[in-house]
Design a protein around this ligand. Structure first.
Ligand code: ARG
Length: 585
């Protein structure tokens, strides 16, 4: 289906044209005064300038055409020249039936099938997943689902940090603890066995190694050397690296599964390695690679730069590759494998400079098609109540699994104490409510903003919270269950009976616009707002209309049909947010 404002713009444009004006004047938007009208068009003001006529006259001529059209209940002109539009109930009802019958529930689909790669998650292997990576996972997953829901082909790529110094640190630490392990022997055979590792060990080894490297320069040098030799393919280190990867990836998968986050591509920086020679060839043949203080760099300044723009370092003076090198090589890989229309990076906004440099270099080198959009979707910090980055009680970096445990037990406590909770499967419900609270609490903020993590607020049954939305779905479930319609009810309405009902229909209709806007702005917060609007409109509808006790059969089934449609649409919103609904609460 098309977005309703598109449909109306078509009708109003035709009316302008019919009266001898340019059709481009017919843009329709959602009214900002819903008490006066549902939609509006302000094109008469521009027409007045172009055609030297009073806007009121132009709007009147256009309104006269629209008044003939059964789509509108009202097409009114308000001084000095606003065109206020309200849909006829019959048209609204037919749209509700169309939405209910549409496999996409009225969400407008992309006209041309695009391929999008979303780079998110970005965990660093061998380090435990910490809450710094939470936002990337939550936001990236939602943007991926949003792009899919609007008809794009999307690949989510986790892009693990699996090739850098952190691995060298772990190798060096293990080498100093267990010099007898055969994998540290320079003659370790290809395919030889290494001791089995586990997550607990890794999560102890990495911080210890990181601390040591700050205190002991020789240890730091050993870790750097290990990183370099790993990247050169030393067989014992490669074998150990594979074991570290096996353990880390299993742990990552378990953590992401808990969050309802999953990736199509489990690539890492290490996978970019194969493309590095090609990157160097391209940069060299285009004369972009220059020597600077022993390093090989690419200049990426532009004439309009307001701040200094450092060159991208491709090879350091010790000939090792760094973050930008792997990101550029990865772009080559993505271009070869997917020929994408867009590549989006959901990464902490403090990495903005890095991505500006990488994108400029990629463009200069022609690594992607010119039309391919490279975009950095930076996100802000999740803060504690003190306004500083969220920490554990003792000031350390919090592990993601600990945060999720805490959210789930807070949800369990809340549900146990709540008057709303009845006979639900508490532990499963608490798990879903806890995760929903955390995710919605994040996604309701525009991604670029910092926000305060406040579990109590996120778990509130009122306001813009995941808890309220899950509760809203369970309320509809219970109405339908009591009506004996667990599986839903068709949109049977023949007329609109009450204002609250009409308002709910309009909110349903406008949710399609929210998906379009959220996609265009790459901002899932619009889906959160739309879901909240739906829940609030439903609540008013439910309050004003006594659905189950209604004795007029036609009215009752009309309302039940609307309940069922609202439920499906709410669940669709939640799904795009990566939130699982619960049956009852
Ligand atoms: N591993 C990186 C970090 O923890 C994030 C990776 C983001 N993605 C990318 N293509 N650079 O900071």
């Amino acid at each position: 289906m098309r977005a309703i404002t598109d449909v109306l713009t078509g009708l109003v444009s035709a009316a302008f044209e019919k009266q001898g004006y340019s059709p481009e004047l017919g843009a329709v938007s959602v009214s900002d005064r819903m008490d006066l009208c549902q939609f509006q068009c302000n094109g008469a003001f521009a027409a007045a300038k172009l055609y030297h006529k009073a806007p009121f006259i132009v709007a009147g001529e256009v309104a006269a055409v629209l008044a003939e059209n059964p789509v509108f209940a009202k097409a009114e002109v308000v001084k000095p020249g606003f065109l206020n539009l309200t849909l006829a109930d019959d048209f609204l009802l037919s749209l509700m039936r169309d939405i209910a019958a549409d496999e996409n529930l009225g969400v407008p689909q992309a006209e041309k099938p695009e391929t999008i790669i979303i780079d998110y998650g970005g965990p660093n292997v061998a380090k435990p997943l910490h809450i710094g990576h939470l936002r990337s996972a939550i936001i990236g997953e939602s943007i991926k689902r949003l792009a899919r829901a609007t008809g794009r082909r999307v690949y989510g790529d986790i892009h693990m940090g699996d090739w850098g110094l952190q691995i060298g640190l772990v190798i060096a630490e293990l080498a100093s603890r267990h010099p007898d392990w055969p994998c540290f022997d320079p003659d370790f055979p290809q395919g030889g066995e290494v001791p089995e590792l586990n997550v607990d060990l890794l999560s102890e080894v990495y911080p210890a190694a990181s601390k040591r490297s700050k205190e002991e320069p020789e240890f730091k040098a050993a870790a750097q050397a290990a990183t370099f030799e790993l990247q050169r393919g030393r067989s014992g280190y490669m074998a150990l690296w594979r074991e570290i990867m096996r353990v880390s990836v299993a742990d990552l998968k378990a953590n992401y599964a808990r969050l309802g986050v999953d990736f199509d591509l489990w690539y890492g920086e290490s996978d970019a390695d194969r493309y590095e020679p090609k990157l160097l060839d391209i940069l060299t043949s285009k004369g972009l690679l220059v020597e600077s203080e022993g390093a090989k760099v690419v200049e990426v300044t532009q004439d309009d730069d307001k701040a200094p723009m450092p060159p991208v370092i491709i090879k350091k003076s010790d000939n090792s590759s760094i973050y930008a090198t792997t990101d550029l090589s990865t772009i080559i890989q993505r271009q070869e494998d997917f020929d994408p229309d867009r590549i989006w990076y959901v990464v902490d906004k403090r990495q903005s400079l890095h991505f500006t440099q990488v994108f400029r270099c990629a463009r200069k080198a022609g690594l992607v098609r010119e039309e391919c959009e490279l975009e950095f979707l930076g996100f802000g910090t999740m803060n504690g109540s003190d306004g500083h980055a969220y920490k554990t009680r003792d000031g350390g970096v919090m592990r993601l699994s600990d945060l999720l445990d805490a959210a789930e037990s807070a949800a369990a406590e809340k549900l146990a104490a709540s008057e709303f909770t009845q006979g639900a499967n508490l532990s499963d419900t608490a798990r879903k409510v806890g995760i929903a609270a955390v995710k919605f609490g994040d996604l309701i903020n525009h991604r670029s903003k910092d926000y305060v993590f406040d579990m109590d607020k996120f778990l509130s049954f009122e306001g813009k919270t995941g808890t309220y939305l899950l509760y809203s779905v369970t309320r509809i479930n219970s109405i339908l269950r009591r009506a004996g319609l667990d599986d839903g009810a068709p949109m049977a309405a023949q007329r609109v009976y009450t204002d609250a009902e009409r308002e709910l229909m309009l909110t349903i209709l406008l949710s399609g616009e929210a998906f379009v806007r959220a996609f265009d702005e790459k901002a899932p917060n619009y889906i959160c707002e739309s879901a909240y609007d739906l829940a609030v409109a439903f609540s008013r509808f439910y309050h004003d209309n006594h659905i189950l006790s209604e004795t007029d059969g036609a009215k009752r089934s009309a309302w039940l049909g609307l309940c069922a449609l609202t439920r499906r649409l709410l669940i669709k919103h939640l799904d795009v947010l990566g939130i699982e609904a619960v049956e009852s609460m």
